[in-house]
Every structure is written in C-alpha cells, then in structure tokens.
Design a protein around this ligand. Structure first.
Ligand SMILES: Nc1ncnc2c1ncn2[C@@H]1O[C@H](COP(=O)(O)OP(=O)(O)OP(=O)(O)O)[C@@H](O)[C@H]1O
Length: 246
C-alpha cells in the first residue's frame, strides 16, 4: 500500500468573514508522516477538520490515491464524555465499524477483532467510554480511526494526556502504519516527537506559514535568542513561499 498524496490549494475557512485559516497551499507526499504545529488557536485543528471533510472550506483539497482502498481514518481532538452515558468502548468501536444498523453490529467482525488486538484495548471493551482515563480513551479513539483499514490517518494530538509508556505504544503503532506505506497527518505540540518521527512539519498560525523538514523550522525557534520570543508567544517562522513536497 502507498498512502495518498494530499494537495492543498488555497484552502481557507471563514466564520462570519473572519479567517480562521487564510488561503493556504502546500503538498504532503504520500507515505510520509507529516506534523502540523503552531501556537494555540492558530488553526491547526481547523486545517485538519478541513482535510477530513468536516468543514465547509474554500479552495481545493485533493487526495491523489495510489491504490483502490480509498479510506481515511480520523482521530479527533480529545473531548470529555459524560461518565453516565451507557456506551461501552465496545459499543463505541462498533458504532464506527460500518454503516449497518446497530443491532447487526454485534456479530463477530474480524476487522474489529484485529484492531482491538493491535491497539491492545481488550481489557477496556466493557468499560463505559466516559469512565476511561485519558490515555485509555485516546487508544479507543485511535482504534476507531484504524478500523476501516485507512491508507491515510488524520490525527489531532493523539498523545495528549497519555503517559510516557502509552505514548511509546501509540508511536510504535503509528510507525508501523507508516511502514506499511500509510500517510500520516498529525497535529502535535511535542517538538521532540515531531523531530524524532516526522518527515515534514506544516507550521500554522492563521495560515500555513511554513512547510519544510522539522529541523529547518524548529531549529531556529529553539535557538537561545528565539526562546524569549517563544515565551512571549510571538514565535513565527518567516513565511516561506517554498513548499516542501518530499
Ligand atoms: N466553530 C468556531 N466558531 C468560532 N471560532 C472558532 C470555531 N472553531 C474554532 N474557532 C476559533 O478559531 C481559532 C482556531 O481554532 P483551532 O482549534 O483550529 O486552533 P488550534 O491551533 O487547533 O488550537 P489548539 O492548539 O489550542 O488546539 C481559535 O481562536 C478558535 O477559538
């Protein structure tokens, strides 16, 4: 499998004439692991939701598929679940598994069994989703994203709130997804993870300001003179017209 290449052409999103994302263009090569980073409120989740087809964006988003399995897996940003909701992790997973009515979803489904095994959530299946720890909930959300055997994964801070051991587990899963040829696009705040794992970094602050190899963008920001600027949250790479396509 080779995951799709993603082409963003003047992609923008406005609410009441306010640009949450000003027109932005770049190309993310298929089979790559791409990070999206930038200051809080800069529009990272907005960009990811636009790519996932969840927003009425402007401009064009094209996925160039390299195989017939045209499936996208999306893992949203973590949000609270009501602990009293009578929905177990197993129910939640099955709700994501296909378009069949709920009562037909309780048959054995090899796809579900495989993903449960892969993500290691067997012990969570009968627990209510609202009672899980943050790390446990992230694993269930990741399992949902992997369920339909996607060739591209869109991940919004998949390791937020996860402990060190859990992070290592999730990173191994994402690495093995990449090794099978999948494309990953991941909103991530941890610069170390970005530098260790990602092929490219898209820096978003109201628009795509830069897209390049992670060290090209992050090294200048980590220089001592820039740290003061980072602390004052005015860190901005100089807008780059060069788009990094691998
Ligand atoms: N539906 C909406 N209506 C109005 N404003 C919104 C909406 N969704 C997001 N915003 C605002 O748009 C801006 C960008 O939001 P977004 O969640 O994309 O940022 P982000 O870079 O992912 O932030 P964070 O790092 O804090 O998750 C923020 O100021 C946010 O408050």
């Amino acid at each position: 499998m080779t995951g799709p290449t993603l082409i963003l052409d003047k992609v923008a999103f406005y609410i009441q004439n306010n640009a949450l994302l000003a027109p932005s263009s770049t190309t993310l090569f298929g089979g790559g692991w791409h990070a999206i980073a930038g200051p809080n409120g800069g529009g990272k989740s907005t960009l990811l939701k636009a790519i996932a087809g969840l927003l009425n964006h402007q401009g064009n988003i094209t996925l160039q598929w390299h195989n017939d399995a045209k499936t996208v897996g999306y893992m949203p940003q973590l949000s609270p679940f009501d602990a009293s909701l009578p929905i177990t992790s197993s129910d939640f997973l099955r709700m994501h598994s296909d378009k069949q009515p709920v009562w037909q979803r309780y048959k054995k489904n090899p796809k579900i069994e495989t993903v449960i095994e892969k993500v290691g959530i067997n012990s969570l299946l009968n627990k209510r989703i609202g009672t899980l720890s943050t790390g446990e909930r992230q694993r269930v959300l990741l399992a949902c994203a992997l369920l339909n055997e996607p060739s591209i994964l869109l991940l919004d801070e998949p390791m937020a709130g996860v402990d060190k051991q859990g992070r290592a587990h999730i990173l191994r899963l994402l690495q093995s997804f990449k090794e099978t040829g999948g494309t990953l696009i991941m909103v991530e705040h941890d610069w170390q993870i970005i530098q260790d794992c990602c092929d490219t970094l898209v820096w978003v602050d109201g628009e795509i300001l830069a897209h390049d190899a992670p060290e090209v963008i992050l090294t200048p920001l980590q220089a001592p003179t820039s740290l003061q600027a980072v602390n004052n949250t005015v860190y901005r790479p100089i807008k780059s017209e060069r788009h990094y396509a691998g």
